[in-house]
Design a protein around this ligand. Structure first.
Ligand code: HEC
Ligand code: HEC
Ligand code: HEC
Ligand code: HEC
Ligand code: HEC
Length: 224
């Protein structure tokens, strides 16, 4: 008799708490998209993020990346605004080339790292160009698309954000490896020339010092 009462009240308690918890969970999930991991809920990532970042979503939706199945979390971490926005990996430009390089060819990343802009970035410049300065972060389209910031006709404006705009900015190839043939050849040979100039100068200097020392040694011996 006593045991069945305990079981009865126990079961009722469990049932009540489930009934109270269940709608509360649903409400939380709907009201605060950031409290939940967007990947675990039915709502697609874009809607969760777009509710606050409409501008970025519109730009992203118009680009080639959304066509190819990327979403916001490919590049960003979900964040909890309640606790203050935490450091997003993309807010440090030094992380950008490698994140893009996760999918794009290593030759593109290497050509960037070897460029003036890439070297300046690795030295901590905040004014230099990273991938998004020339391609945009969200509205990225094919480079042959006339709307692309790197389409030939738009390059003077794109480079002109930071440089004095000149038409000849559209003449060169931006992504070039330092190879003996191809568009990077002038830089390749200039680089080689200065490496050898340095090596030969140092060797010449040492030889010159050695000869002078030998001469002094001989002179001293003759005197002795
Ligand atoms: C409830 C509104 C809200 C939602 C939903 C939201 N954010 Fe934010 N987000 C903010 C606020 C507020 C800031 C800080 C103000 C700002 O920089 O615009 C911010 C800033 C950011 C930043 C810049 C962080 C930095 O370090 O500069 C990124 C990136 C970002 N959110 C990505 C996302 C992504 C991805 C999602 C979807 C998973 C998302 N947000 C969903 C409100 C939201
Ligand atoms: C291909 C990678 C990539 C994807 C996908 C991406 N972002 Fe970004 N996002 C970036 C980069 C890189 C930056 C830093 C921009 C800069 O340095 O100017 C950035 C910056 C931001 C910022 C900070 C404010 C700003 O515009 O500079 C917000 C907010 C943001 N992204 C939201 C989103 C949302 C929402 C989505 C999905 C619709 C999204 N991003 C998809 C790469 C991405
Ligand atoms: C100073 C401007 C600039 C910067 C910085 C830059 N790009 Fe480019 N990118 C261009 C231009 C201009 C083109 C058009 C083809 C060319 O000139 O090489 C291009 C073409 C591309 C292409 C398409 C062509 C191909 O060969 O596949 C991809 C992908 C690309 N860039 C990715 C990147 C990535 C990733 C980064 C960062 C590591 C980056 N770009 C940094 C200007 C830039
Ligand atoms: C998760 C993989 C992924 C990441 C990360 C990524 N991309 Fe892409 N990107 C793609 C795919 C897929 C395409 C479409 C196929 C193609 O043209 O290469 C594309 C296309 C492009 C194009 C157009 C290429 C062309 O042929 O003209 C550019 C420019 C570009 N991405 C730049 C970037 C930049 C800048 C970043 C970093 C902010 C980045 N991508 C990060 C997968 C990615
Ligand atoms: C976000 C700004 C920004 C953009 C966009 C940009 N650059 Fe630069 N670039 C820089 C900075 C900063 C330097 C380093 C200048 C210095 O310290 O002398 C630099 C250096 C250079 C140099 C090395 C020689 C010099 O003039 O100092 C060349 C060449 C160059 N950029 C070409 C380009 C071209 C071509 C484009 C467009 C495809 C471009 N840049 C777009 C910021 C930018």
């Amino acid at each position: 008799m006593r045991l069945s009462r305990i079981i009865f009240w126990g079961m009722s308690l469990v049932l009540c708490s489930i009934l109270i918890q269940f709608p509360a969970n649903i409400c939380l999930a709907q009201n605060d998209p950031l409290e939940t991991n967007p990947q675990n809920v039915e709502t697609p990532v874009e809607e969760t993020c777009a509710s606050c970042h409409q501008q970025e979503w519109d730009a992203f939706a118009a680009g080639i990346h959304s066509e190819n199945g990327l979403d916001c979390l490919t590049c960003h971490q979900a964040h909890d605004t309640g606790a203050g926005v935490h450091e997003d990996p993309m807010s440090d430009p030094k992380n950008i080339p490698d994140s893009c390089g996760a999918c794009h060819s290593q030759e593109i990343v290497k050509s960037y790292n070897d460029s003036f802009h890439g070297r300046a970035l690795s030295l901590g410049s905040s004014e230099t160009a990273d991938c998004t300065s020339c391609h945009n972060a969200h509205e990225i389209v094919k480079s042959t698309d006339p709307n692309s910031p790197v389409a030939v006709a738009n390059l003077p404006d794109t480079c002109g954000q930071c440089h004095e705009a000149r038409d000849n900015y559209a003449v060169g190839t931006e992504h070039k490896l330092l190879d003996p043939d191809g568009p990077g050849a002038p830089q390749y040979w200039t680089f080689k020339f200065f490496i050898w100039l340095t090596i030969l100068s140092v060797v010449g200097l040492i030889l010159h010092m050695e000869m002078e020392l030998l001469y002094l040694l001989r002179k001293a011996r003759k005197k002795a």
